[in-house]
Design a protein around this ligand. Structure first.
Ligand code: NAD
Length: 326
């Protein structure tokens, strides 16, 4: 299989690309290495990918037609292993982060909505074999029915970020109906693990605990999240690429909702010290709790997340200490 992974230098894109290469697939990555968070981490992830056989990077922007042309022409080039390789697009490039979307709505509309349209339109023109894309638990807004099921309403977003991802689900539906392109969305629930994102709680808290700095604990520590370990997410993504449904939406969560304070406790245990905490109110756009009903993904994809925070958090902390030498 030959897969175009957009956002290949990002946390999930890098992890998906690595697993695809492990099993012998060819990967074309595209990333613009934006500065939303420390781009040296993206450079380091990408350097690991570029050492691998079967990986090609297009350093470029999905909203730039020339960059897209380059990436898709590599994807649809006749194969070296066989003449007609199975082609897939795994679209993970996006502006992520609920709070960031409140400050910079314009870049979310450009990268997430226009970028998505440019990728799927190019996929249609180049007749790719199928596409999957990242949606998010944020499409559920502040849904009070738990656990969140794919059958629940998702037309009441509470952040620009959630709105752009809901728009992607509608764009995918339209392209599937109008042109028959296979396109499946994955609603990820708070993904964490080695090589994770510096703007997310695990990274921020680990950094502060190790440096003896104060942790800002929003929602007065009363929030709950369905945390999903990166290896479990990658398994779900690859099963979706292989299955190539005509049009579906799947929740990919950890399958267990955890208290934020237990998550912090797991970080403190792994770091070997307690953190100072400042309890603060909820931030705009945040929800009190997320919980994923993963029955549909279990049945269709054989998705079976196994990693609990007691195992996943120490793996992250070990990576973090090695990577930053702390
Ligand atoms: N990490 C999570 O917990 C989580 C949860 C729900 C959904 N998601 C979604 O999963 C996807 C991957 O998230 P991530 O955590 O790996 O984020 P990330 O920010 O680490 O990765 C996204 C990558 O896309 C690249 N990118 C952004 N705009 C681009 C553009 N216009 N052209 C080319 N490259 C561009 C960025 O440089 C980055 O490397 C995103 O779509 C995100 O919204 C993530």
């Amino acid at each position: 299989m030959r897969v175009l992974v957009t956002g290949s230098a990002g946390f999930i894109g890098f992890s998906v690309a690595s697993r695809l290469l492990d099993r012998g697939d060819e990967v074309i990555g595209i990333d613009n290495f934006n500065e939303y968070y420390d781009s040296t981490l993206k450079v380091a992830r990408n350097a690991l990918l570029e050492k691998r056989k079967g990986f090609t990077l297009v350093r470029g922007d999905i909203t730039n037609q020339k960059d897209l042309d380059k990436a898709f022409s590599l994807l649809t080039l006749p194969g070296t292993r066989n003449q007609e390789p199975i082609t897939r697009v795994c679209h993970l490039a996006a502006q992520a982060g609920v709070r960031h979307s409140i400050d910079h709505p314009e870049i979310f509309l450009r990268d997430n909505i226009n970028g998505f349209n440019m990728v799927i339109e190019e996929g249609r023109k180049k007749k790719v074999g199928g596409m999957i894309y990242a949606s998010t638990s944020a499409v559920y807004g502040d849904n009070k029915e738990h656990p969140f099921s794919e059958a629940h309403r998702t037309d009441t977003p509470i952040s620009i970020y959630g709105f752009t991802k809901k728009a992607n689900e509608l764009q995918a539906y339209l392209y599937h109906k109008m042109y028959g392109i296979s396109c499946t969305g994955l609603r990820f629930f708070t993904v964490y693990g080695p090589w994770g994102r510096p703007d997310m709680a695990l990274f921020l808290f680990t950094d502060k605990v190790l440096k003896g700095e104060t942790l800002p604990v929003f929602g007065h520590g009363k929030m709950q999240r369905d945390f999903t370990y990166i290896d479990d997410i990658v398994s779900g993504v690859i099963a979706t690429l292989d299955r190539n449904d005509p049009y579906e939406i799947y929740n990919l969560g950890g399958g267990k909702t955890e208290e934020l304070m237990d998550y912090i406790g797991a970080i403190e245990k792994a770091c070997g010290k307690e953190g100072k905490k400042e309890f603060l109110p909820m931030q705009a756009g945040d929800v009190v709790a997320t919980s994923a009903d993963i029955t549909k993904a279990r049945k269709a994809l054989g998705y079976d997340p196994k990693t609990r925070i007691s195992e996943g958090v120490p793996k992250f902390v070990t990576w973090y200490r090695e990577y930053y030498g702390i």
